[in-house]
Design a binder for this molecule. Structure first.
Ligand SMILES: Cc1cc2nc3c(=O)[nH]c(=O)nc-3n(C[C@H](O)[C@H](O)[C@H](O)COP(=O)(O)OP(=O)(O)OC[C@H]3O[C@@H](n4cnc5c(N)ncnc54)[C@H](O)[C@@H]3O)c2cc1C
Length: 470
């Protein structure tokens, strides 16, 4: 057993309380900034290498290369720092609506709203680097890459963390543990051992594969976008769909969502090209036959999972946020956005409960004990409030996202689909552009419950509207 050296930035005699954040993904890194700004000593543990070290980049790109950032995420980034949101938006591409590509090669633009509403295409790796840089600017933050949380003794406030390179373990003490360690969270698993957690997990029948539309050259020989960059492009087809989001280098990242059996049925380059010629005739020349042959067979086929659980906390000791608390299928593009919003709401609730990270001065042992007890009680109440408040909204969005599974797009093309499309259009708007939509979303979810039962499945609201409009 070895000990981690805290001497560089944070020492054990600090007068501030310590939060140990597990997982330096998007949500964990943002929460490090929030806690640091409010004066906590922050230890951030990440099992992977530092993304900013060039050779480690590919391991982070196991998931979508770019993401749609929307109202919930923007609000949380803005509160983290006006400079931060300015930099993020300066590196993002605004998407003011969907561009539907029909089977006949026609294009239909559907604006997200009449007030200029848009979502922003952001580069996952760049955003994460920015958050990590920002977190490291605080003197009270220390990030440990290649450190894996193994287990937790929450009652004792002790974590067992392994240094992956050295194969050694350390005991880490913390006043609070924040689990931001993603879909397959170790913190959540440890939490399940001490609370009666309700837990629900569902894999959907679709997988996804990423492809790329490279920039094209114009008459002057300069690179430009091969399609309109200010739309999220969607090719809705039967039980599958292709989408494309713009990148700063003028390329698009495409994601093909399709049932596993259909992926399995494409065995050869010939099968692949025939499939694209049949369903995505206009996309094929944009991607390029050589590129698609390479990317399709090389790139992983990722599974899509939905996880809901409750409660998110145990006493005053630990809370889980982001995908660790709620993984959602990506058809609303809300996973990261909701994770960012978790951070904003958690911190708001801590402030409402006057959770002060300053430790009491050691003067009188009795007074200190009373103060410590009060701190612990207040923190427990705050975490309990967080679970109660957050669970409603997050569950509603997880349910909406999974209900929007693709297979129902055919069902939506029946005459009834006009109403459905309008209805789901409203849902989409609440989920994507609402900043705290728990009431509205739950209300609308209740209203659409009958339709979900009726159709079994239905698809992306955008796709629904698209099919209806064709
Ligand atoms: C195809 C696809 C498209 C998506 N598109 C969008 C979109 O457009 N908009 C959107 O908002 N969301 C989108 N999402 C969802 C989004 O990717 C996730 O919600 C987001 O990445 C969650 O961030 P996180 O920090 O909670 O978890 P993660 O990003 O998974 O980070 C968790 C971190 O914890 C680390 N970790 C795990 N276990 C341990 C351990 N034991 N010890 C230490 N560290 C550990 C991991 O290495 C990782 O770095 C999409 C997802 C997919 C799959």
């Amino acid at each position: 057993m070895s000990t981690i050296d805290f001497s560089q930035k944070i020492n054990s005699t600090s007068t501030r309380r310590r939060v140990a954040i597990i997982g330096a993904g998007l949500v964990g890194s943002l929460s490090a900034i929030y806690f640091a700004k409010r004066g906590w000593d922050v230890l951030l543990f990440e099992l992977r290498k530092d993304l900013r070290v060039p050779e480690s980049t590919p391991s982070y790109l196991h998931r979508s290369i770019n993401l749609a950032l929307s109202a919930r995420g923007i609000s949380a980034l803005r509160i983290a720092g006006s400079n931060l949101i300015d930099v993020v938006l300066s590196q993002a591409t605004p998407m003011k609506g969907r561009m539907i590509h029909t089977g006949e090669g026609k294009l239909h633009s559907q604006l997200y709203g009449t007030f200029g509403e848009c979502t922003y295409s952001v580069d996952r790796a760049k955003l994460l680097m920015l958050l990590l840089d920002n977190a490291e600017e605080f003197k009270n933050v220390k990030i440990y890459f290649e450190h894996r949380l193994k287990r937790c003794d929450f009652d004792a406030g002790v974590l067992d963390v392994e240094n992956i390179n050295e194969g050694t373990s350390s005991k880490i003490e913390a006043d609070l543990v924040v689990g931001a360690d993603g879909t397959y969270s170790t913190v959540r698993t440890q939490l399940m051992r001490v609370v009666r957690m309700n837990y629900q997990q569902e894999f959907i029948s679709h997988a996804y594969c990423e492809l790329r539309i490279p920039p094209k050259r114009n008459e002057k020989g300069e690179f430009e976008f091969a399609m309109d960059p200010h739309h999220l492009h969607i090719w809705p087809r039967h039980t599958f769909m292709l989408i494309a989001l713009p990148n700063l280098d003028k390329s698009f990242t495409c994601t093909l969502f399709m049932p596993y059996e259909q992926f399995d049925a494409i065995k050869t380059e010939g099968d692949l090209i025939a499939f694209f010629q049949l369903y995505y005739q206009d996309a094929l020349p944009l991607i390029g036959e050589q590129n698609i042959k390479k990317d399709y067979f090389l790139n992983p086929k990722g599974s899509l999972i939905s996880i809901k659980c409750s409660p998110y906390h145990y006493k005053d000791r630990v809370v889980i946020i982001g995908d660790a608390a709620h993984s959602m299928v990506p058809f609303f593009g809300q996973g990261m956005n909701c994770g960012f919003q978790d951070v904003e709401i958690l911190y708001e609730i801590l402030e409402q409960h006057n959770i002060n990270p300053e430790k009491p001065q050691i003067n009188n042992i009795n007074t200190d004990n009373t103060k410590e007890m009060k701190f612990r009680k207040d923190l427990e109440r705050a975490l309990d409030t967080y679970t109660q408040f957050r669970h409603i909204d997050v569950t509603a969005i997880c349910d909406l996202a999974i209900a929007k599974e693709i297979r129902g797009m055919v069902a939506l093309a029946v005459p009834e689909s006009h109403n459905s499309a309008v209805h789901y259009g409203k849902l989409f708007h609440y989920a994507v552009f609402g900043s705290s939509a728990e009431m509205e979303t739950t209300k609308f979810l209740g209203e659409c419950g009958r339709r979900i039962d009726h159709f079994g499945y239905f698809c992306d609201v955008g796709v629904g509207i698209a099919v209806w409009q064709l």
